[in-house]
Write a new protein. Structure first.
Length: 193
């Protein structure tokens, strides 16, 4: 069986789960596994909204052929991956399809870490996003008030990784390449239990 055939079979199962699983964000596919994510909390959504509010005018001004999308499923069947970034800055014409777009060349994916499954963002998506050709990946972690920026893809396909990484604390201004900046002073940490 080819990688694409396996992906298609998993995709059919994931689509079925998406129609029947209440309380879940949606089924993702990563390297031969279906990954189910719980629906995000209000605090998670607030963090994503505050980030998107900052990115919208910057994308309009600096990358007018791109848009800021929330929870858009993107996939690359050739490497067997379907993901749903919390936020993605992607070419508008990539979204003008009935299918899930290939994010190759997307400028940025942002994930807000959920307390229940941080490994999905720090391990799985950190592996999958460079392989999918997403230029820059930002992990926003309200658990400890940090932002991790990854960029500069080295390698191709399954062997692709981000060569560069910086860590920032909430309260700092984070330059996202030459075009965007994120003011993290408006972000809040999750309540400590």
């Amino acid at each position: 069986m080819t990688e694409v055939t396996i992906f298609q079979q998993l995709s059919d199962h994931a689509d079925l789960l998406n129609t029947r699983a209440a309380g879940f964000k949606g089924a993702e596919i990563s390297r031969g596994q279906v990954v189910m994510m719980m629906s995000p909390s209000g605090m998670h959504g607030l963090t994503a909204t505050r980030i998107r509010q900052q990115l919208d005018p910057q994308v309009t001004a600096n990358a007018p052929d791109h848009v800021v999308g929330l929870d858009i499923e993107v996939e690359n069947p050739g490497i067997g991956v379907r993901r749903t970034p919390d936020i993605i800055v992607i070419a508008e014409d990539a979204l003008e399809t009935m299918d899930r777009p290939d994010p190759q060349g997307a400028l940025l994916a942002v994930e807000v870490v959920s307390p229940s499954n941080p490994d999905n963002d720090y391990v799985g998506k950190l592996r999958d996003y460079p392989a999918m050709g997403i230029d820059r990946y930002l992990i926003v972690d309200p658990r400890d008030g940090t932002v991790h920026q990854h960029w500069n893809i080295k390698g191709h396909g399954d062997g692709a990784t981000y060569a560069n990484h910086t860590e920032h604390a909430f309260g700092e201004s984070v330059a996202l390449g030459n075009h965007f900046t994120l003011d993290t002073s408006v972000l809040k940490r999750y309540p400590q239990s």
